[in-house]
Design a protein around this ligand. Structure first.
Ligand SMILES: Cc1cc2nc3c(=O)[nH]c(=O)nc-3n(C[C@H](O)[C@H](O)[C@H](O)COP(=O)(O)OP(=O)(O)OC[C@H]3O[C@@H](n4cnc5c(N)ncnc54)[C@H](O)[C@@H]3O)c2cc1C
Length: 382
């Protein structure tokens, strides 16, 4: 058993850490405040190869692995979660379905631009009326000659409306199974397709420099060959994508939790109360010690889930545990870091205010904490 990083993983972690501090940190507060998408930061992340990390070189990827992506997400989220979720959604939800399930033509057409970060893809699963119960999808796609005709809507879709968004993969009901259940399939809808409308961005509590929209499909027609993988495999496809994505979200949550430790130590050294730095008080030290303990244990949980996934072993339960634990402790750490900052912690100019606002969604997105508990309990045979 060895939890130490390889030289390649260490080098990647260090370069993303430097990038987050030197490039992301100076500009992100402004984007966060103005709710603007950080195109220039994303362009530079593309040049660094971050969007291609876990993909084979033949498609323009970096030939790395999913754990490398997780390390990059952790380091980005240590400074800012909007940028981190943009990368997470672009890679694990956007490009990955095409990489895993696409035809060679689909891969050749879309992957080079997605893996270079030149273009982004959204993953359209959630709908206004159904999220956790994704089998309740109402969006429909009917085959009419050699075209799919799509009608319905999707809610909260990340990266779906930027200037560089190339496509959204959409889950839709394409028929009825012999047992009467809905047949779900996934279809690629390129941006700008007539009948595909992207609503203005949501007004969000956090992740305000990331891109999230409601989408509507009104007799939206795409070629039959835009079906992703086999017809009727939509349910299995998104379960696989979400299982992996949970490890990535756990890494992002660990980054936020660690960022809370960083900012708390810095502030506790500078802020004086009753004649000395507040960091001299054991009550503050114990808070920081607990925060570090939580970030560390959550990191081990996602390392374990990623290691199992890369070894080709079952990892569903471990991914759910990692996501559940990391998101819970991210919220804990954000609350405590804010407390250590006193009144300044409630001011948007301090990074901890961003951490606090960005933490809650981690217990909701890509499967709520209740859903993670359901997955864990089911895997235990309950
Ligand atoms: C900023 C943001 C970005 C997002 N990006 C994407 C994206 O790119 N693509 C995408 O497809 N989706 C995306 N989502 C959607 C996200 O994954 C869903 O919001 C999430 O899965 C929860 O679904 P819901 O909001 O419909 O909540 P619901 O499913 O309505 O749940 C409401 C509450 O009920 C609980 N609940 C539901 N069922 C049960 C049960 N059986 N037992 C106990 N409790 C239960 C839930 O845990 C939750 O607390 C995003 C959401 C946000 C806010």
């Amino acid at each position: 058993m060895d939890f130490r990083l390889s030289e390649e993983h260490q080098a990647l972690r260090d370069s993303v850490r430097d990038f987050a501090r030197e490039v992301v940190a100076p500009v992100i507060a402004e984007h966060y405040e103005q709710h603007t998408f950080p195109y220039e930061v994303i362009r530079q992340m593309g040049k660094m190869g971050l969007f291609g990390l876990p993909f084979a070189e033949e498609y323009g990827g970096m030939g790395g692995d999913y754990f490398a992506l997780c390390l990059a997400l952790e380091e980005l989220a240590r400074v800012d979660s909007s940028v981190a979720i943009t990368l997470e959604a672009a890679v694990s939800l956007g490009a990955m379905p095409i990489y895993r399930f696409g035809t060679e033509e689909q891969k050749a057409r879309w992957l080079p631009k997605l893996l270079s970060g030149e273009a982004l893809a959204g993953f359209g699963l959630t709908e206004p009326g159904t999220g956790s119960d994704a089998g309740g999808t109402e969006t429909r796609a009917v085959l009419d000659g050699d075209e799919w005709v799509i009608n319905g809507s999707k809610a909260f879709i990340t990266n779906s409306g930027t200037d560089i968004t190339a496509l959204v993969t959409v889950t839709a009901v394409t028929g009825t199974r012999p047992d009467g259940a809905k047949e779900l399939s996934t279809i690629i809808v390129p941006s700008g397709t007539p009948g595909f409308t992207v609503a203005p961005g949501y007004s969000k509590v956090g992740w305000t420099a990331s891109d999230t929209h409601e989408l509507t499909f009104d007799d939206c027609r795409v070629p039959a060959e835009n079906l992703l993988g086999e017809r009727g495999r939509g349910f299995a496809q998104f379960l696989r994508i979400l299982d992996e994505g949970r490890i990535a979200i756990a890494a992002l949550a660990v980054g936020l939790a660690q960022g809370c430790v960083d900012e708390s130590i810095k502030y506790a050294r500078e802020r004086h109360a009753f004649g000395q730095p507040i960091g001299n008080y054991q009550a503050i030290q114990f808070k920081v010690a607990d925060m570090e303990m939580k970030a560390h244990t959550a990191r081990l949980a996602y390392y374990d889930a990623a290691a199992r996934m890369l070894a080709g072993e079952p990892f569903k339960r471990q991914a759910a545990i990692a996501k559940l634990h990391a998101s819970t402790i991210a919220v804990d750490n954000a609350r405590e870091a804010t407390q250590i900052h006193g009144g300044y912690g409630f001011m948007n100019e301090y990074p901890v205010a961003r951490f606090w606002r960005d933490s809650k969604i981690l217990e909701i997105g890509e499967g709520t904490s209740e859903v993670q508990r359901m997955i864990i309990a089911r895997d235990l045979g309950m």
